[in-house]
Design a protein. Structure first.
Length: 347
């Protein structure tokens, strides 16, 4: 009875603790992600300096310099372009309608597409609504970011504060959790390795390739004079991180529109650059960056990434595959236990 009461109280207090910590899930999650990535570098620096606090501070300074500062600069530019793009959509709806009608007229004249009997007015209305919805979403997001700057700053400070201790004391924290976990060191090590390998594969294979493709797409759009090039480049980054979906969902339709509206040189140049440069980055770099870190099936990666983004927002492109990877690990453990029990029963 004492054991039963103890475990009820333990479960209750643990659930209460998680409820309290729920508002800080995302900053703590990203602190753990960054700590797992930069911990090998911390160990190397600390082996030279022998001062853990200084080594951890140097890691935080490095992260702030190479990750945070560029993100702040890009975010500022995106907010400015979102406001400008929204104003253009509101003030130049006639020009947008004319361009859409030109495209649809070209489609209707094509012998392969005439059989579809496309309703020009309906398509024009829906495309304009979609364009306005995208720009409204970008503007609303910019407003939310600027209005919640105090909350964002607080969460950012919490992440950096936790990151300092995760980097410095990460090994001790991990050993303490493994000591309390009843699975056993062997299975706990498997789960940790799955977590770190999936995060490493997602960061290297998805985010880095997406950043490269989005940067090249932004430069291409800026060269040909497409308005909101930075925003479209950011959308290419997001789409490129999702398996099965790529940056060509953005640059290819833009190139076709450029061709139809009479910008032949720009359209051909975009198709060539997008196919030969942007499109080949994924084929060449992703296998090199990912290697064998992630053992997930591509279909499972696709659905876990999409489901993660829908459920957890932008952080879901990492949380989703991590959950899928840990799920497979638990099923492997179950299979191993089942085989042991089966073998024992047969004996």
């Amino acid at each position: 009875m004492r054991h039963f009461l103890f475990f009820i109280l333990l479960a209750t207090i643990t659930m209460a603790f998680f409820v309290i910590m729920k508002p800080f899930f995302y900053p703590l999650f990203w602190a753990a992600i960054l700590a797992s990535i930069f911990y090998p570098l911390y160990k190397w620096i600390n082996s030279k300096l022998k001062v853990p606090n200084l080594s951890s501070t140097l890691i935080l300074t490095l992260i702030f310099t190479i990750i945070v500062l560029p993100m702040i600069g890009i975010g500022t530019l995106v907010v400015g372009e979102a406001v400008e793009l929204y104003g253009t959509a509101a003030n130049n709806s006639g020009t947008i309608n004319e361009n859409i009608q030109n495209v649809l007229q070209w489609v209707r004249q094509d012998p392969y597409t005439t059989q579809f009997n496309i309703d020009q007015s309906f398509v024009t209305q829906k495309v304009v609504e979609l364009y306005q919805s995208i720009t409204s979403f970008l503007l609303d997001s910019a407003r939310v970011i600027t209005q919640n700057s105090i909350v964002f700053t607080a969460m950012f400070f919490i992440m950096f504060y936790a990151l300092f201790f995760f980097v410095r004391d990460g090994e001790k924290i991990l050993k303490g959790l493994m000591h309390l976990c009843p699975l056993g060191d062997h299975y706990e090590t498997i789960l940790y390795n799955k977590f770190t390998s999936t995060v490493r594969a997602t960061i290297k294979g998805g985010l880095i390739v997406g950043l490269l493709q989005g940067t090249l797409g932004w430069a291409m759009f800026a060269v040909v004079g497409i308005q909101g090039s930075l925003i479209w480049g950011l959308m290419m980054v997001l789409l490129a991180t999702i398996p099965g979906i790529g940056a060509y969902f953005i640059w290819l339709p833009a190139a076709i529109v450029m061709l139809i509206t009479g910008h032949i040189t720009a359209g051909i140049g975009m198709i060539l650059f997008g196919t030969l440069v942007i499109g080949t980055i994924d084929n060449f770099l992703r296998p090199i960056l990912v290697g064998k870190d992630s053992e997930l099936h591509p279909l499972l990666v696709l659905f876990s990434t999409l489901g993660g983004i829908v459920t957890f927002g932008i952080s879901g492109f990492i949380i989703g595959p991590v959950i899928a990877s840990l799920l497979l690990s638990f099923w492997e453990m179950y299979d191993e236990y089942y085989k042991k029990d089966l073998d024992n029963n047969q004996k």
